[in-house]
Design a binder for this molecule. Structure first.
Ligand SMILES: Cc1cc2nc3c(=O)[nH]c(=O)nc-3n(C[C@H](O)[C@H](O)[C@H](O)COP(=O)(O)OP(=O)(O)OC[C@H]3O[C@@H](n4cnc5c(N)ncnc54)[C@H](O)[C@@H]3O)c2cc1C
Length: 383
């Protein structure tokens, strides 16, 4: 596979890098400390066309491919995990609605989402259904022309800020994964309530909160996608959601390496910069090598998805490796910063807290291994 980037891709990445450096980096620490979302940055990203980039042009997007999107995402992720989280959510919901929504749903929701005016949260996880997501208990009961939703959702990114929710529910729990459906629900629908946002370890500042549904009545036409069950939901999430998490991990590790490189050149011990010590050089070399490997896995998975090739195993390869790599890289960065890593004076403390989530969300590292092993056992090991 040839990953030689085009001039246009390099130009878009430069715009993203400049915006991230000038606008996001100076605010990133404050977003983390206050855990308050920065709407002005979000609208700034939308004005540059970075929100919902893959949406078709008729709905305000630019029909960008996932590889180009990941270049922009990496720059944002280097600057702020919270802002990168908002960009990932927007893209995954835009892809879900673009690929499976009705014409009316696309026309109603996509343009406003792409303009950065409305955030759409995705509510799958429940208190008793995380990795085993197909075992959700939120019910969708048909009543005439309506569907009544009842249940509880947990850890919903952007819920405190969202105007729209894609709620995943079951029409019949005895059907298992086949009984799963998704519905687009407006925030002010009676029966939908967002709880106080959670005080998180990392990725702070994107309004993650539980959502309650108490006899929440929506038109049956709110259903997003057909009756394909959990497979349809997972197919939608294989793209921007899983690759977004992967890109966030790559960007965060890159930021940690760049900060470490600077610090190792500035800080002296035993009469010479840390960068002269081979033990430090080895950590930097390992970080650089692993980041590059993760980035190539990401580009491969994105390219396969962009060209319509099967990409589930490749997405899992990329997500698994990038998540574990990110954790190792920020740990190395912490080591290079020594005691100062513990101080909020430097951003590596935030990077360390932000890194862990990548081994947990969008399928934990254990679940990614399960997906990869299942593919291997079903299809064999040839690539
Ligand atoms: C900050 C944050 C934001 C999130 N945003 C969203 C969101 O926007 N929307 C949404 O729907 N969800 C969201 N989530 C939920 C997230 O996707 C889940 O936390 C994740 O899927 C894991 O589920 P769990 O927390 O219930 O852990 P569990 O499923 O209870 O897992 C606990 C441990 O057991 C392991 N385990 C479980 N099953 C197996 C198995 N079969 N084999 C081996 N090991 C196993 C897991 O790998 C993990 O180590 C978010 C979570 C966080 C923390």
């Amino acid at each position: 596979m040839d990953f030689g980037l085009t001039e246009q891709q390099i130009a878009i990445r430069t715009v993203a890098r400049n915006f991230a450096t000038r606008e996001i980096v100076p605010k990133a620490q404050n977003i983390d400390e206050t855990a308050d979302f920065d709407w002005s940055l979000y609208r700034g990203m939308a004005a540059l066309g970075f929100i919902g980039m893959t949406a078709p042009e008729e709905y305000g997007g630019s029909g960008t491919d996932l590889l180009t999107w990941s270049l922009v995402m990496e720059e944002v992720a280097k600057a702020s995990s919270a802002m990168a989280n908002s960009m990932t959510l927007a893209e995954s919901m835009v892809q879900y609605i673009s690929s499976q929504g009705t014409e009316a749903q696309k026309a109603t929701y996509l343009p406003e989402m792409v303009r950065g005016e409305r955030i759409c949260a995705f509510a799958l996880t429940e208190p008793d259904a995380g990795s085993d997501a197909a075992s959700i208990s939120t019910t969708a009961v048909r009543d005439g022309d309506c569907v009544v939703l009842s249940g509880q959702k947990m850890f919903i990114s952007g819920a405190a800020l969202a105007d729209l929710f894609v709620i995943v529910a079951t029409v019949d729990k005895s059907l298992g994964a086949k009984g799963i459906r998704s519905y687009i629900v407006e925030r002010d629908t009676p029966g939908l309530q967002v709880a106080a946002k959670l005080d998180l370890l990392g990725v702070r500042g994107f309004g993650t909160a539980p959502v309650f549904l108490d006899n929440c009545r929506v038109p049956a036409s709110s259903q997003l996608g057909g009756d394909g069950g959990f497979r349809d939901v997972m197919n939608a999430l294989d793209g921007a959601a899983r690759l977004g998490a992967t890109t966030m991990a790559v960007g965060l590790a890159q930021a940690a390496m760049e900060a470490s490189l600077r610090y190792a050149g500035e800080r002296s011990q035993f009469g010479q910069p840390l960068s002269r010590f081979q033990a430090i050089q080895i950590m930097l070399a390992d970080m650089s090598t692993e980041i590059e490997a993760a980035r190539l896995l990401l580009y491969k998975a994105a390219t396969r998805r962009d060209t319509g090739l099967p990409s589930t195993m490749e997405s899992s390869h990329a997500k698994l490796f990038a998540a574990d790599m990110c954790m190792r890289s920020v740990t190395n960065a912490m080591q290079i910063f020594g005691g100062y890593a513990y101080s909020k004076e430097y951003p590596v403390e935030r990077f360390y807290r932000d890194a862990k989530i990548h081994q947990i969300w969008d399928g934990t590292s254990q679940i990614q291994r399960t997906i990869i092993a299942r593919s291997l056992l079903r299809d064999g090991a040839s690539s």
